[in-house]
Design a protein around this ligand. Structure first.
Ligand code: PLP
Length: 259
């Protein structure tokens, strides 16, 4: 069965956002039941890129205490504007250039797209300076698209061996973006690949490198991801509504389309 393309109405009240959150949580619970998993083992990370401050304050009122942002500038701007919400935590989930790492070290609680030692080095330096730590997920390219960010699966073992040198980075697991395609089998294959890789790497992971986390699944495919072991699902549009900005603004799209 293909994944149904969805159009999400824009949520612009506390009630609408709360209703969408409840619906997503219900779908998480149902997917967990299907997979024989405890719903408490899946964290819902609401993704708030392009959503303005007023609606983010509604999300906070609806109970959100974590928000995921793809672009550092936008994330930092929002974190500054909402610094009064002291228990609101920011997760940067998009590819990072080294010149942006300094900002991430300042305000983010979590960074889900680590894929280079150079970025790890800069983060470590800046986190030391700020006397902070950062939870990180290592991003893996599971779709074989040359244009996608993330390490090749074969490179992850060697990469993990280097990470204990960066003691300000607390590795929590692996993250991936699946293929963008309505063919559910091809989407599922990406999630299976991430879980299988994690299972292979877990035994030989260096001390202190925790690979329990699997961040995978978005609005269109999070139930499939949960069936395949996701512990974090990153969901934007199913909570806040459709975005006007095309996804190609946030990650490179292969020239041959989504497959
Ligand atoms: C935007 C984004 C998501 C969420 O996508 P939705 O379609 O809004 O659920 C997940 N992961 C990353 C890396 C993103 O940039």
């Amino acid at each position: 069965m293909p994944l149904a393309p969805a159009t999400w109405p824009v949520a612009s009240s506390v009630e609408q956002i709360a209703a969408n959150l409840a619906a997503v949580r219900h779908r998480i619970t149902t997917a967990c039941q299907r997979a024989g998993r405890d719903p408490a083992s899946v964290r819902l990370l609401p993704v708030s890129k392009t959503v303005d401050e007023a609606r983010l304050r509604m999300a906070y009122a609806a109970g959100c205490r974590q928000l995921g942002e793809n672009k550092v500038q936008e994330a930092q701007h929002k974190a500054d504007a909402m610094a009064d919400l002291t228990d609101l935590q920011w997760s940067v989930i998009g590819h990072l250039q080294t010149n942006k790492a300094r900002q991430v070290a300042r305000f983010a609680r979590e960074f889900q797209a680590l894929d280079s030692l150079r970025v790890a080095e800069v983060l470590q330096q800046r986190l030391q300076h700020e006397d902070r730590t950062l939870d990180v997920f290592v991003q893996v390219n599971t779709s074989d698209e040359a244009s996608k960010y993330g390490l090749e699966p074969e490179a992850v073992a060697g990469f993990l061996q280097q990470l204990p040198a960066f003691d300000r980075l607390h590795v929590r697991g692996l993250m991936t973006l699946a293929l963008f395609t309505p063919e559910v089998d091809r989407v599922r294959a990406c999630f299976v690949r991430l879980r299988t890789l994690r299972d292979q790497l877990r035994d030989n992971a260096p001390a202190g490198i925790d690979l329990d986390g699997l961040s995978m699944g978005m609005s269109g495919d999070f139930e499939v991801a949960i069936e395949e072991g996701a512990t974090v699902v990153r969901v934007g549009q199913a909570i806040f509504g459709a975005r006007a900005t095309p996804d190609s603004h946030y990650w490179p799209v292969a020239a041959n389309g989504a497959g």
